[in-house]
Design a protein around this ligand. Structure first.
Ligand SMILES: Cc1ncc(COP(=O)(O)O)c(C=O)c1O
Length: 469
């Protein structure tokens, strides 16, 4: 018996039992359970660095960093130590009317690393909540300063800001949001400058068209708009759609001119993913509100934060009878364990010069990706930092998508799983977003497996047998 399998005694029986119970009891997010229960999904037992191991001891590369979270690798000794140190003091006490040490220290650190002007930190647990809070702060800000007519929001087509009702209201992905439209408030949607299939030859023309559309909206409706919300540089869940340089700055300038708050949703892009600590830095943008989540704890624990300017914060000050306070909070707001790990995460960012590492590694990945362009069914490759989307198409020349029923992205994912790489596609866009701690060798190994999985499914006819049943 190998030392690896020694770590999973009785894996066979136990694994089968857990697989059955998983299918019996667990309802998985963003998952068609009818297909899930027919499949043979991975049950993760442990992680180490960029690898995940299932109950049988089989190893998989975590090529989407456990849904865009993991930064320094799994089971990291320093993050583990921070967590253990904190749990021996206290796990959680409320932030409603009292405070705690790591929440205070982390707020100071976050203010120090985010764009100038964002001086106040409001904690929550997930990216959707951080967005929800930003929307509510923007809305109430205008009421508190005597402009209640400014209550609408502008968002971009294809935007994704989370799954709670407010966050979905500023979302614009028909597949996710259409079904709930009676429950959602009506946001104003403006086009997003994504070049592929736009009909424009250049990103600049595409961006100009989008700015003209935004200008028209602002000319007609700015007086009733509280804020514009945007995913800076990259729309993540929309399909890793890239924004040309300068577009975000142009949007920010228009918001300022028209007296509209700018909410930058850095839940996906924040903490290094695009090659700077925060994506909006690359366009020199200083938002009024910023939503953070995902990488804030290095992928360890649920924590999110909404940062606001002093101007917004001060609009909420007043005597109790003025009712200007922000009546919002969650049970675990400012959780000590999560904040302690987030502090250790920021220490590792500094110590290991992680953002510089992302820049170097993203150049390496860009070189490797050039081979993917030659694949028959790769229609578009999009990369910003270590956020990569590879769009698979039925006909490359005509840019024709696969029929939705083909579920090609899901099939590539299943083939990848067989080969030892865990993926999570966005439709037929294969996402590659590895932990930043991945070595060059690990990046190469992951990309080789991804290449093989794409080729096997799209060129060699590999099929799992699960799809369509
Ligand atoms: C840009 C953006 N905002 C918000 C969210 C929601 O975050 P969470 O899933 O933590 O609620 C996501 C999640 O992917 C995201 O990509």
């Amino acid at each position: 018996m190998s030392s690896e399998s020694n770590r999973f005694p009785a894996a066979g029986d136990k694994a089968a039992e857990l697989a059955a119970k998983d299918k019996q009891y667990v309802w998985h997010p963003f998952t068609q359970m009818q297909a899930y229960v027919r499949d043979n999904p991975v049950i993760v037992a442990r992680g180490e660095g960029v690898m995940l191991y299932d109950l049988h001891g089989k190893a998989y590369y975590d090529a989407v960093s456990s849904i865009w979270l993991n930064v320094h690798g799994h089971n990291h000794s320093e993050l583990n130590r921070a967590l253990k140190r904190q749990v021996d003091k206290i796990a959680h006490s409320t932030l409603l009317g009292s405070s705690n040490v790591p929440a205070i220290e982390l707020a100071e650190r976050l203010v120090g690393i985010t764009p100038a002007g964002l001086n106040k930190v409001f904690y929550s647990e997930d990216g959707s909540e951080a967005v929800e809070i930003a929307l509510k702060l923007a809305y109430q800000y205008w009421r508190n300063i005597g402009r209640p007519e400014k209550r609408r929001f502008i968002t971009m087509e294809n935007a994704y800001h989370g799954d709670t009702l407010g966050a979905m209201s500023v979302g614009a992905i028909p597949l996710f949001h259409q079904i709930f439209h009676h429950l959602l408030f009506d946001a104003i949607k403006v086009p997003y400058p994504h070049l592929y299939r736009s009909g424009y030859d250049t990103s600049a023309e595409c961006a100009e068209n989008c700015l003209r559309a935004l200008d028209r909206v602002l000319a007609a409706q700015a007086e009733e708009v509280a804020a514009l919300i945007v995913e800076p540089l990259v729309q993540g869940a929309g399909g890793i759609l890239l924004m040309p340089d300068g577009f975000l700055a142009a949007v920010a300038e228009r918001c300022r001119e028209h007296n509209i708050l700018l909410i930058v949703d850095e839940v996906a892009t924040g903490f290094g993913k695009t090659g700077s600590m925060f994506a909006c830095e690359q366009d020199g943008v200083r938002p009024d509100l910023m939503a953070l989540g995902k990488g804030i704890t290095g992928g360890y624990l649920p924590l999110a934060a909404t940062l606001a300017t002093d101007e917004i914060y001060e609009a909420f000050l007043g005597a109790p009878e003025e009712h200007k306070a922000f009546y919002h909070g969650h049970s675990y707001t400012g959780n000590q364990l999560a904040c302690a790990v987030a502090l250790a995460n920021l220490d590792l960012f500094e110590k290991n010069r992680v953002v510089e590492g992302v820049q170097v590694k993203s150049r390496h990945v860009a070189e490797k990706l050039s081979a993917f362009a030659a694949l028959v069914h790769v229609g578009d490759i999009r990369q910003r930092g270590l956020m990569v989307g590879i769009e698979l198409v039925a006909d490359k020349d005509r840019q024709t998508p696969y029929p939705p029923t083909a579920l090609i992205g899901a099939e590539v994912t299943r083939r990848g799983r067989e080969l030892g790489i865990l993926l999570r596609p966005l439709g037929d866009v294969m996402v590659f977003m590895p932990p930043f701690s991945s070595s060059f060798e690990e990046l190469d190994a992951m990309l080789n497996l991804l290449y093989q999985a794409i080729r096997d499914v799209t060129e060699q006819g590999w099929r799992s047998g699960v799809v369509g049943r």
